[in-house]
Design a protein around this ligand. Structure first.
Ligand SMILES: Nc1ncnc2c1ncn2[C@@H]1O[C@H](COP(=O)(O)OP(=O)(O)OP(=O)(O)O)[C@@H](O)[C@H]1O
Ligand SMILES: [Mg+2]
Length: 737
């Protein structure tokens, strides 16, 4: 049977429409990616197109890898000639060849955020710009947005029209471009911008690539931004054989400048474009598809789509409610383990999806405890993350300082201006005397040629010693708080103010949760005890080799992928949709989160399980959340509500070799544990979900309560005035019976 017979008539039409622009707009699982791979095969096998003339662009490296595999399978010989890559790697390839046309050396370097920041810092100093007012990160993000909109430094400067703030940004932007050029460096946005520039300004280069890429395909088109759109239109400018596929309901990268209007732009720029809609979903059961549709229906201003499936009705959506995130993780892992051990599924039939990276920690610990192989897709295991390693290195150094690697890891993190030459001298000194690195640091006065850096070293040693002294009389959570504050670690991340930095902060918060849970449960908590406990769960080497593993990933990373069994964990308002989305109360943000939910649901082929934890520790304090609004949007008849969670013993929050009884404690650490006090949950006479009355705002529903130490922070959704956050003692909310 020819592979084309495995396509439906609309898909076949899309595959065979090889000449001229083509837009495939279709819902999840309708075979868009499949059409792209089959189109490549068709071009080569049936149209005799040279594989060399084909460019396929995908969104992530994983997607590129998968597409490459699918193409290899159906094309066979010659498939390695096809460019299957992400936007960025395609651009790097082009620039490595033609960057000299822009006056760059071809071996230009690519700057990461740290490099960019030091450039900005240096410029601000030179221009006398106060970085307290003009934050480095804000400057960088203004420059990045400008680049993604293809506004260069000159154009930016022309547009400031007397706005002093913008003028400063324009000054920095101009200088920044000069410095990068001088250093033969490009930042991430440059890769795209400069490629467009090379193509625009050099007819021969443009000609070369237009001739080369006679057939261009772009997957996940809904998440392209302005400069990416420009790039594609330039490349396809001559032959116009451009096929883009996307789904406006799955646009989830607006925060990175993705521009959903590119779908409209496409129809404008390529007005003769053929538009094909695919309506049959092949991936999911009827039930899963119904659930997805019932959620996405709540978004306004979307293109209404019909999506049906011939697949069976299938299992109901499973919904579980748990006491807390530990129960949730425990039960999910147990369930997977049970089914797999019965031989009914493989580990890699499963994916666990969550909203934030930090949620992986508890799940990972349960997997390690059960010796079940798992892999974090598109990310890094919790205990391997940079910030977690850094903070643990601080704690190890405070604990005893005998771990040279740990001390060396943090001596200059955050930057303290202690250079490599100095450090080598300290190492040499220590090795000659058989001392630990930390002991050698303590002797820095005696080390020759240390000079002024000695003061900086002493500052570091002193700080560690103060922490050591403190650790005698404060709790571990307080110690961690002090480390985060005194070292400036958190401040640096806060100032960076990027998506990545925010993720790092969330991970550190999660480590705080771990410490608080450890202290609550342990009879005699100690720093060494905590570090041993961590070593127990972070030792995952043995599981690394497995070929069959459960996949854990954020909802964002799951785009384009599919799995027989999907778990969506943490289905709570305040987590998903995120807390900030709810507080900002911006309908567009909620819609973006809803699209993310749609992406999550539609990853599942056979069965979808959604889980909800009534309480969850956030920054060291227990938070009670309401069920996610997205779950409520799914019609109740689609759920298997009989599937109540089995009553199990209260799940331990920490991993330990032997069983023990959980110590009941009322101690609760606040955000960064400044104050410790008795849990006052009994002090409020209302709880999440209750109706309350406020003297000014009227009637509303309590949607969140956070124990903020001295007071409770209560979030209420008022019928008239929307969501408001307030302190319980001031709000004087009255419970309505
Ligand atoms: N005509 C078909 N016959 C059988 N299976 C199909 C057909 N079309 C697609 N499929 C299968 O349906 C699943 C979904 O296809 P694909 O991943 O291409 O969808 P998609 O539209 O790209 O989804 P997403 O929007 O999530 O990226 C895949 O397993 C694919 O092999
Ligand atoms: Mg796809």
């Amino acid at each position: 049977m020819s592979i084309y017979e495995t396509l439906n008539p609309m898909q076949q039409e899309a595959v065979c429409h090889t000449e001229g622009p083509l837009l495939i707009l279709a819902g999840a699982g309708s075979g868009k990616t499949r059409v792209l791979t089959h189109r490549i095969a068709w071009l080569i096998d049936e149209k005799g197109v040279n594989p060399w003339n084909i460019l396929a662009i995908t969104f992530t490296n994983k997607a590129a890898g998968e597409m490459r595999e699918r193409v290899d399978d159906i094309v066979g010989f010659g498939s390695e000639q096809i460019w299957v890559s992400t936007f960025h790697s395609a651009c790097v390839r082009i620039l490595r060849r033609f960057a000299d046309h822009l006056g760059y050396e071809r071996n230009f370097v690519i700057y990461d955020t740290d490099d960019q920041k030091s450039v900005i810092k240096e410029i601000c100093k030179r221009l006398n710009i106060d970085t307290k007012i003009y934050k480095e990160r804000a400057l960088l993000s203004a420059i990045s947005s400008a680049k993604n909109e293809m506004i260069d430094a000159k154009a930016y400067a022309l547009n400031v029209s007397g706005d002093f703030g913008k003028q400063r940004i324009a000054d920095v932007y101009g200088e920044y471009e000069k410095v990068l050029y001088k250093n033969n460096a490009m930042d991430f946005d440059d890769l795209l911008v400069k490629t467009v520039e090379v193509l625009r300004n050099n007819e021969d280069v443009l000609n070369y690539y237009q001739e080369r890429f006679k057939y261009i395909m772009v997957d996940e088109y809904q998440d392209t931004n302005t400069v990416q759109f420009r790039l594609v239109s330039l490349l396809a400018g001559k032959y116009r054989n451009l096929c883009v596929v996307g789904d406006d309901d799955q646009s989830i990268y607006k925060f990175r400048g993705a521009n959903i209007y590119n779908i409209l732009n496409f129809e404008k720029e390529f007005s003769d474009a053929k538009v094909i809609k695919l309506e049959q979903n092949y991936r999911s059961t009827q039930t899963i598809l119904d659930a997805a549709n019932s959620v996405i229906r709540h978004n306004k201003g979307r293109k209404e789509k019909t999506l049906w499936t011939a697949n069976e009705v299938g299992d109901k959506i499973v919904f579980h409610q748990y006491q807390n995130e530990y129960d949730e993780a425990y039960q999910v892992v147990e369930e997977i383990s049970r089914v797999v051990s019965q031989g009914k599924a493989h580990y890699n039939d499963y994916a666990i999806l969550y909203r934030t990276n930090a949620q992986s920690r508890v799940l990972e610990e349960k997997f390690v405890a059960r010796s079940i192989p798992y892999k974090i897709v598109g990310g890094i295991n919790f205990y391997q993350r940079r910030e977690i390693k850094d903070i643990l290195a601080y704690l190890k150094t405070i604990d005893n300082g005998r771990d040279d690697l740990a001390v060396r890891r943090i001596i200059n993190v955050p930057k303290r201006g202690i250079g490599m030459t100095t450090l080598n001298r300290v190492i040499e000194y220590g090795e000659a005397r058989d001392m630990s690195f930390f002991d050698a640091l303590e002797c820095c006065d005696d080390i020759p040629r240390i000079g002024k850096t000695g003061e900086k070293i002493k500052g570091f040693v002193n700080m560690i010693e103060v922490f050591r002294a403190q650790s005698e009389y404060i709790t571990l959570a307080e110690l961690l708080t002090n480390v985060l504050e005194e070292t400036g670690y958190i401040k640096e991340l806060e100032e960076e103010d990027t998506e990545v930095a925010q993720g790092r902060i969330e991970n550190i918060d999660e480590l705080m949760n771990k410490i608080v849970a450890y202290e609550e449960e342990e009879e005699e908590p100690t720093l060494s005890g905590f570090l041993e406990n961590v070593a127990l769960v972070s030792d995952i080497d043995s599981l690394d080799e497995a070929e069959d593993y459960v996949m854990l990933m954020t909802l964002h990373s799951a785009k384009g992928l599919e799995f027989p069994y999907v778990y969506m964990c943490g289905m709570e308002d305040g987590l998903f949709p995120s807390y900030m989305t709810i507080v900002n109360d911006d309908p567009e943000e909620i819609e973006e989160e809803r699209r993310l939910c749609y992406v999550g649901i539609t990853r599942a082929k056979k069965r979808l399980t959604m889980t909800y934890a009534k309480s969850r520790m956030v920054r060291g304090s227990t938070q009670y959340n309401m069920l996610s609004r997205f779950v409520k949007e799914i019609s109740p008849e689609l759920f298997d509500l009989g599937a109540k969670p089995e009553k199990t013993k209260q799940e331990s929050r920490i991993q330990r070799p032997s069983d023990f009884s959980r110590k009941q404690t009322t101690k609760v650490a606040t955000a960064y544990g400044k104050a410790f006090q008795v849990n006052k949950a009994a002090a409020l006479d209302y709880t999440v979900g209750d109706m309350v009355r406020h003297i000014k705002f009227g009637v509303g529903t309590v949607i969140n309560i956070v124990d903020g130490g001295k007071d409770y922070e209560v979030t209420v959704d008022f019928e008239k005035s929307g969501v408001k956050k307030m302190f319980a003692s001031f709000a004087k909310l009255k419970l309505i019976d």
